[in-house]
Design a protein around this ligand. Sequence first.
Ligand SMILES: [Zn+2]
Length: 343
Amino acid sequence: MEQRMRLDSQWSKVNNKWSIVLFFLIFPFLMSPSCKTKKQDTSTESTTAATITKPAFSADSAYKYIQQQVDFGARVPGTAAQQKCATYFEQKLKQFGATVYMQKTNVVVYNGKSVPCINVIGAINPEAKRRLLICTHWDARPFADQDDSATAKPILAADDGASGSAVLLEIARQLQQKNPEIGIDLIFLDVEDYGQPEYELNKKQGDFYCLGTQYWCKNPHVPNYKAENGILLDMVGAKGATFTIEGVSMQYAPTFNKQVWKYAAQLGWSNFFINDVTDQIIDDHYYINELAKIPTIDIIYRSYTTRSGFAPHWHTHDDNMSIIDKTTLQAVGETVMATIYDF
Ligand SMILES: [Zn+2]
């Protein structure tokens, strides 16, 4: 609650200062000294724990699933590409033996337009009581507002949308071959990235990111849905990605977050999963924590070198197949699979 109040005050501060470079998809909160002091939390964590059995995960397969999504074109809400890609997820999940829910609605975006929103849910072991939620957004941003040119054109979103979705599909394929003991819900969330572009920021303000998630939290695909923990994947396929421990994740699910980073370390992926707490981000997991009350972490590419704190290709036309790297996909896929089997 205290944190939420802090967020609100931070947000109104931002509203009042038009000169502040407002962020994103997601608005990372301005790094505050108090935020930085949180680092102590993980500095003592061991990253040299014994190795564990590498779970099966094919980055080649995940790469193909990204390519397939990108081939549909930009999966912008309200386009034919959106419809085709939703059907693709549905067919693949069914092929991999998941119980599929297609949650179709309309949501109103920042400019007052109503657009179709399709959340796709693939449930593995739907009858199991103990459940782990793994989610990603799959829509492509309709603008390239961080680019220098063609800013009003949608991005292909190979990383910011397609990468997480591809990892989820590959997880579904693997789980069909080695069934986990618990229930897994793979949730493909739509209309995450339709927040107003930076070049229109003098217009109406509001909480217009993560609309598919906000809808799902209020209207879960099964009544009284509950999962013990959640993992959000966002921008998990780019070359040289670094996943720091994100602030909201540490607020709501610190133990789980540390455990996942420990699996990454045990699998030899500490060069991707950095033991460093960084600022809070409003991403899909924020609403899942706040509204659905499921302690959920965010595995998201944070950069130490860019002004935005996000990847250099973030919300630009550089977010295409050329920045996708199979080693990154392998690191994320194996880490999530280890979490599933050891949960
Ligand atoms: Zn985005």
